[in-house]
Ligand binder design. Structure first.
Ligand SMILES: [Zn+2]
Length: 466
């Protein structure tokens, strides 16, 4: 085990707010002690004034690692290209299918490694990868039916991140008034036939009884949406998640059209359908929850289902504004995701939640910077099955993200508003240093494992766009 020590100019500590001159120690992948300058020294912590050479100085504000609770890594290739001309959610989806059609395990590994490296540069220590690109074009399995999933797990290791591989059940090509449509075209790559075969393949990935695939990787399950999984096929996915103690994620009510057709086919909203099929609960995350009404909120109330908001994607796709405050008031812990990677910046997602609420209600002050950071850290990690991450506290996983407070965007912020400066003024470009599970991944804005992230993004995207 490697002992490490850092001295943070400012650090955000659970229950204490922002403290100055915080000595943080770790052994291997866990923090062992956290000591602010003004606190009584613990037996294990040397006096801060000694500042031996093995102590790494972290300037600016140091936060726990960010969790990106909703990602589709291959969507990174669509950035900018889908902004040319006009289009709808559905034409965007056609472009997305074009990229999906071209990927194989090698090209996906390169694209995901570059995308995850971009995430690490933005302070993301853990990604929830909502993965449905399982099979070869046409739907035939690869020799290893989990070759694509393994490519993602390896890509996360290469980029220094932890990953929860949310292996996604995707069985239908859509929901129309006449019922569920068969998979067609590119979608054939997504399907396992039925949920029992999905579960068999997901099990073959080889996680242990606690759902761990590797020290940095955890297995999770996903139901793509009520559009892609028939009602009668949901139970095997829920049962699989229960068996492995795995997180369960599902897209829910991203577009009004989904609600309308669900009403016609099932006579109820997507929220009620998922509620009746026992999909909701404290292990589950509903992604988007954009178009939920009071009845839906009532069903969610008290169930501790996580709600993952992806404000930069939702505004990019013209989805609408999720009722963030009402979801939080219903007891849904909020989490954040960069989803389609229109940008990769969890700070932008965090303030996006508050700003959307301000626009919807024409009033300010719904979420504090601290509440938004909890969504980005503690609650995000818990929703991905890592409840021991997301806090700078003894025993927690040793993840640190330092945000510059003297960049052109953040300069001038007093210590007392450091959290507000990070959430409302800083961007991913202000992240200087990132430690993940006790290991330096980013130092002075440079990724230590993937030296040329822009170059790798450029090459891997050109390879799939042709
Ligand atoms: Zn998504």
């Amino acid at each position: 085990m490697t002992r490490r020590r850092w001295l943070a100019d400012l650090a955000w500590l659970p229950g204490q707010g922002v403290r100055r001159d915080v000595l943080i120690e770790a052994d291997g992948d866990r923090f062992t002690s956290v000591t602010p300058a003004s606190a009584p020294a613990t037996t294990s912590a040397p006096p801060v004034t000694s500042a031996p050479s093995d102590i790494i100085r972290l300037r600016g504000l140091t936060l726990p690692g960010f969790a990106n609770a909703h990602s589709h890594a291959f969507h990174r290739a669509l950035r900018s290209t889908t902004q040319a001309g006009r289009g709808t959610f559905w034409t965007w989806r056609e472009r997305m299918y074009d990229v999906a059609a071209r990927l194989d395990p090698d090209s996906y590994h390169r694209l995901a490694r570059a995308t995850f490296a971009e995430m690490a540069l933005a302070g993301i220590s853990c990604v929830g990868e909502f993965h449905y690109l399982h099979h070869q074009p046409g739907g035939h399995p690869y020799a290893d039916p989990n070759a694509m999933g393994r490519a993602l797990v390896q890509a996360a290791a290469d980029a220094g991140l932890r990953i929860t591989l949310l292996d996604t059940c995707y069985l239908s090509g859509g929901l129309a008034e006449e019922g569920l449509l068969p998979l067609a075209g590119t979608q054939l790559r997504f399907g396992d036939g039925d949920a029992v075969r999905w579960a068999a393949r997901a099990t073959e990935l080889g996680c242990d009884p606690h759902g761990m695939i590797a020290p940095h990787a955890q297995a999770g399950a996903a139901i793509h949406s009520v559009r892609a999984v028939p009602r009668g096929q949901m139970h095997p996915v829920v049962a699989w998640a229960h068996r492995f103690g795995a997180p369960l994620h599902v897209h829910m009510s991203e577009q009004r059209a989904e609600n309308e057709v669900c009403q016609v086919v099932y006579g109820m909203s997507p929220t009620r359908l998922l509620y009746e099929e026992d999909v909701l609960g404290p292990r589950t995350t509903v992604v988007h929850a954009t178009h939920v009404d009071d009845g839906d909120l009532e069903l969610l109330s008290g169930g501790q289902t996580f709600a993952c908001l992806c404000p930069t994607t939702e505004r990019d796709l013209g989805d609408g504004l999720a009722p963030a405050r009402a979801l939080a008031a219903a007891g849904c812990p909020l989490t954040l995701g960069s989803d389609s990677h229109a940008v990769v910046d969890i700070l932008e997602e965090a303030r996006g939640v508050e700003y959307a609420e301000r626009l919807a209600r024409q009033a300010r002050g719904h979420f504090t910077a601290e509440a938004l950071l909890r969504a980005a850290s503690t609650d995000g990690h818990t929703s991905l099955g890592w409840p021991d991450a997301g806090e700078i506290a003894p025993g927690a996983r040793a993840d640190l993200v330092s945000v510059s407070l003297d960049s052109v965007r953040t300069a001038g912020a007093a210590d007392g508003v450091a959290l507000e400066a990070a959430v409302f003024a800083a961007t991913a470009a202000d992240v200087t240093d990132v430690v993940i599970s006790g290991r330096d991944v980013v130092r002075d804005g440079v990724h230590l494992l993937v030296p040329d992230v822009p170059g790798e993004l450029s090459r891997s995207i050109r390879a799939v766009l042709g």
